[in-house]
Design a protein around this ligand. Structure first.
Ligand SMILES: Nc1ncnc2c1ncn2[C@@H]1O[C@H](COP(=O)(O)OP(=O)(O)OP(=O)(O)O)[C@@H](O)[C@H]1O
Ligand SMILES: Cc1ncc(COP(=O)(O)O)c(N)n1
Length: 270
């Protein structure tokens, strides 16, 4: 029987389709992985920001997780928005029953500046979840929260990636440079060595959901057996093209284009 890789996202929703569960499932599908999803929070938001949030009770999140693990294979999984300590605790308990690489996108603040995690619970990401990760993919502000310092240079990024692995116990850390100026470079520290992933900085404000898309792409490639540095390299290409061909939709920061790599679709627009 033909095998398909199965990927799971545990995250919040984005009705405008650019971030969260919606972006993750589009990315899994685009990379030919069978995507599944567990919802942590139902978020009312669009390209201009977050309007309202409804957090699901932790026992309902556990019910969704068990519905997956008692019935479906999971070759790799990611988490996005996890708003509070109670959610983090049940996800951490569930992870003990699952044998699959876990990518954490430590979502803390939306691009619009709206918080997506209760500030006093940020530290529980480190307590309950970081030690169970194969990879953590913080942006600059998220890195500063995780390591408790200011990140201004590429040297700061590399140092922080090493701290996240050696001191916080992550399997690997990919510190993303989107929020800095200059080239769009990310540094991966895998516990032994550094890897650098660079692209030119694309002049576009349509970068809503780039972090979700990137971590989902890494998760899909890991589910297909790619080694971590290769998975990140391929995902970097995916997210760069998704930004390059992103959509001018909405009044705020538009969404990335999850099917930018499809020659036949893209060529229609040339
Ligand atoms: N203007 C840009 N041009 C090219 N690459 C970019 C640009 N902005 C961000 N990136 C890349 O996109 C990926 C996501 O990085 P970023 O730091 O934006 O994550 P994020 O802040 O978590 O994303 P989000 O906006 O979804 O929260 C990284 O590989 C980063 O280098
Ligand atoms: C449910 C959810 N998860 C993640 C993000 C971050 O995406 P961005 O930083 O582009 O707003 C978001 N806005 N909503």
């Amino acid at each position: 029987m033909r095998q398909v890789s199965c990927t799971l996202t545990i995250a919040g929703t984005d009705p405008s389709g650019g971030a969260g569960i919606q972006a993750d499932l589009k990315t899994f599908q685009e990379l030919k992985s069978y995507g599944m999803s567990v919802v942590t929070s139902v978020v009312s938001q669009n390209t201009t920001g977050v309007k309202d949030v409804h957090h699901l009770p932790e026992n309902f999140i556990m019910s969704q997780l068990k519905a997956i693990s008692e019935d479906m294979p999971v070759q790799a999984l990611k988490t996005g928005m996890i708003a509070n300590k109670k959610m983090m605790k049940v996800i951490s308990e569930w992870l003990d029953e699952v044998d699959a690489p876990y990518v954490m996108d430590p979502v803390m603040v939306a691009q619009s500046g709206d918080p997506l995690i209760e500030k006093e619970d940020q530290r529980y990401l480190k307590k309950y979840l970081v030690p169970k990760t194969a990879l953590v993919t913080p942006n600059i502000p998220e890195t500063e929260v995780l390591v408790g310092g200011i990140i201004e240079t590429e040297a700061d990024m590399r140092e922080a990636a090493e701290v996240i692995v050696k001191d916080l116990g992550a399997g690997a850390a990919l510190v993303k440079g989107g929020h800095l100026n200059g080239r769009a470079v990310d540094f991966l520290y895998d516990g032994q060595r550094f890897h650098e992933f660079e692209s030119e900085r694309i002049d576009s404000s349509n970068t809503h959901g780039t972090g979700c898309t990137y971590s989902a792409a890494i998760t899909a490639y890991l589910s297909q057996g790619h080694a971590l540095p290769q998975a990140v390299k391929e995902a970097k290409h995916f997210v760069t093209e998704a930004i390059r061909h992103s959509f001018d939709l909405g009044k705020g920061s538009g969404p990335t284009n999850h099917f930018a790599l499809r020659e036949e679709v893209f060529n229609q627009w040339l």
